[in-house]
Design a protein around this ligand. Structure first.
Ligand SMILES: Cc1ncc(COP(=O)(O)O)c(C=O)c1O
Ligand SMILES: [Zn+2]
Length: 402
């Protein structure tokens, strides 16, 4: 395959320092996260029509992804997930054009595969032999899978009460899996130490620049599937904020290279649980960064993230897009899991259901209009989390004795 990536350098959005793209670097010396920069001038020659003939995974956008040699790409078929119309649920909620991008179709059942495919491919290209991370759960399963395929050693630490599936899938895929009593932030502190002591390359959220690049392909796909007309609003369940930051970065790149018109950018909405809503609080208080949320609790483990390293950029991008941030109680998340299953036949993850559960609130706030095109990101499959189905579902089983 031809070398086509327009990846040019790494840059710090805070102090503008740039880094050679082949340097193995986690974050900027100023403490900020780093982004991958591309030759977008050259990108103006990219024809979106050629994408129609591309591969059936996220690497169809490889010109705008940071892997130089296509032979380094580690893919399990991530991306190209379905975009579904939710007509019945939309009718109930008072939204004429309700869409769901179903990331549960990814190889390990969540959108984490996009970042893992990109991050592990780049790690392999840079000759990195061992990577490690802290996770709320799903990223552990995803990065274990891509590490296994790449032959890279993987160490992961997650909360003891992460989903059983997340612990087991990381382990069985060959990841050295550790658990800790506490939250992802506690896991992160321990993993930071272990990485320093052992010389492992840390790939926790925003501690390396490549995961977010995989996530931005969600935005590319939405644009392509909607015939280069973005929806008015994209609702994202938000923990670390990689999806919002990635999608928005992708939108900006699409505008720069002429795939999207400047006035066709979506408003980005972050959704959290009322039991852990640091981004919502910071947004509402007009803060520039996200402060730690004490006593984080929610059934949606992926968004049980009390603080994020990307807080500053997350808030900036939400505001820049004309977006907002809302929190919903767990009871409404749970209810929405069942309602979507009954109405549309879809078993969403709790995080994705939180995104849908935010719609009545956004309507009450006058933020959404009835005829706007609203897209909700279902970040993973409900199959990973059977306890989400209440005991009521069990009572309704009809057992036939013979
Ligand atoms: C299912 C699910 N949804 C949402 C998130 C939050 O991800 P983001 O970093 O994009 O906010 C996670 C992260 O662990 C997750 O596993
Ligand atoms: Zn910097």
């Amino acid at each position: 395959m031809k070398k086509v990536s327009l990846f040019k350098e790494l840059f710090c959005p805070d102090c503008n320092r740039t880094y050679n793209k082949d340097e193995i670097v986690n974050m900027c010396s100023c403490g900020s996260l780093l982004f991958a920069g591309y030759d977008l001038q050259q990108g103006r020659n990219l024809k979106k029509e050629t994408l129609e003939r591309g591969q059936n995974n996220q690497w169809r956008y490889r010109e705008l992804l940071p892997v130089i040699d296509p032979d380094s790409i580690i893919s399990l078929g991530e991306g190209c997930t379905p975009l579904l119309e939710l007509n019945k649920l939309g009718y109930d909620l008072g939204i004429k054009n309700l869409l769901l991008k179903d990331e549960g179709f990814n190889p390990t059942g969540s959108f984490k595969d996009r970042g893992a495919s990109c991050g592990i491919s780049r790690a392999r290209e840079l000759g990195i032999e061992t990577v490690c991370m802290a996770t709320a759960g799903n990223a552990g399963g995803a990065w274990a899978a891509y590490s296994a395929r790449a032959g890279i050693e993987f160490h992961v630490i997650m909360p003891e009460d992460a989903l059983l599936m997340n612990k087991n899938e990381s382990n069985v895929r060959g990841g050295n899996t550790y658990t800790i009593e506490g939250l992802i932030t506690d896991a992160g502190a321990v993993m930071g130490e272990m990485a320093r002591e052992n010389g492992w390359f840390e790939v926790s959220t925003f501690k390396e620049p490549y995961r977010v690049e995989g996530k931005k392909t969600i935005g590319f796909e939405i644009a392509q599937e909607m015939n280069w007309e973005m929806p008015d609003v994209i609702i994202c369940p938000t923990g670390g904020g990689v999806a919002i930051i990635g999608i928005w970065k992708g939108v900006q790149e699409m505008v720069e290279i002429g795939w999207l018109s400047r006035d066709n950018k979506p408003r980005m909405v972050a959704v959290q649980s009322t039991g852990c809503a640091p981004v919502v609080r910071a947004f509402q208080e007009g803060k520039e960064d996200v402060d730690y949320w004490n006593d984080a609790r929610t059934i949606a483990g992926g968004i049980r993230v009390p603080r994020t390293l990307g807080g500053k950029w997350l808030l900036k991008f939400i505001r820049e897009s004309g977006g907002t941030a809302v929190a919903v109680p767990d009871s409404e998340i749970q209810e929405m899991v069942e309602r979507t299953a009954k109405k549309e036949g879809l078993l969403l993850c709790a995080e994705g259901a939180a995104g849908l559960a935010a719609i009545p609130r956004l309507m009450e706030m006058g933020y959404l209009a009835i005829d706007e095109r609203v897209l909700v990101l279902n970040t993973g499959s409900g199959l990973k989390n059977p306890i989400l189905l209440t005991s009521e579902s069990q009572f309704m089983l009809k057992s036939i004795k013979n």
